[in-house]
Ligand binder design. Structure first.
Ligand SMILES: [Zn+2]
Length: 205
């Protein structure tokens, strides 16, 4: 399993050597799949999945959270999955502070939401209004880390990666779709259609 994973990662890296190839990769997103999937190492089934991105050639791939810990030394997914599971169990609880930072970095939440959540993170007793706000922000995490929004991101990233080699293409619209999806966890029907039109018209695979 270990060999298969390192071989797959090296194939997608610039370097041919594991020790340097693994340093090319950065954590990008985490999501929890509704269906059981297979890890790059061959392990089945996995549900906690991290999307990692190669800083040199912009390749992207998905790896099970356990493998990313063990072999790539990236542990950013752990806290995210802990919080997802906790909130799926009880939406009135708080997510971890690091996960809140992650949502903020990805611009999933507004400055106001970030400040509110930080101020009330450790509070057990909230007013109904505050509780509603906390739950609303919690739902943003769940939708951002859902399979549905991740499949949109992978379509968007496909176009953005292609655009890097096709400089004539103005990627501003697709960039704005990405920001939209980060904010809302999904695209509207119209936006999805526009994205799929671009992919088929330009024959991006
Ligand atoms: Zn694995």
């Amino acid at each position: 399993m270990h060999y298969q994973l390192t071989a797959e990662i090296i194939k997608l890296s610039v370097s041919d050597y594991w020790d340097s190839a693994k340093l090319e990769w950065n954590f990008e997103y985490a999501y929890q799949s509704e269906t059981q999937e297979t890890c790059l190492c061959g392990h089945y089934p996995i549900r906690n999945i991290c999307v990692i991105r190669n800083l040199e050639n912009k390749n992207q791939t998905e790896v099970g959270n356990c493998c990313i810990n063990k072999f790539l030394g990236i542990d950013k997914g752990n806290k995210i999955f802990e919080s997802i599971n906790k909130l799926k169990d009880d939406i009135s609880k708080s997510m971890n502070a690091e996960v809140l930072e992650y949502l903020n970095d990805k611009k999933v939440i507004t400055q106001f939401e970030y400040d509110f959540y930080t101020d009330t993170l450790r509070k057990r007793v909230l007013s109904q209004k505050q509780l509603d706000m906390r739950e609303k922000i919690n739902r943003k995490l769940l939708s951002f880390t859902s399979y549905e929004s991740n499949s949109v991101f992978s379509r968007i990233n496909l176009v953005l990666k292609w655009a890097e080699n096709n400089k004539w293409f103005d990627a501003k619209f697709v960039e704005s779709l990405k920001q939209n999806c980060e904010r809302n966890g999904k695209l509207t029907e119209k936006q999805t259609l526009a994205l799929e039109n671009i992919i088929s018209k330009l024959k991006i695979v």
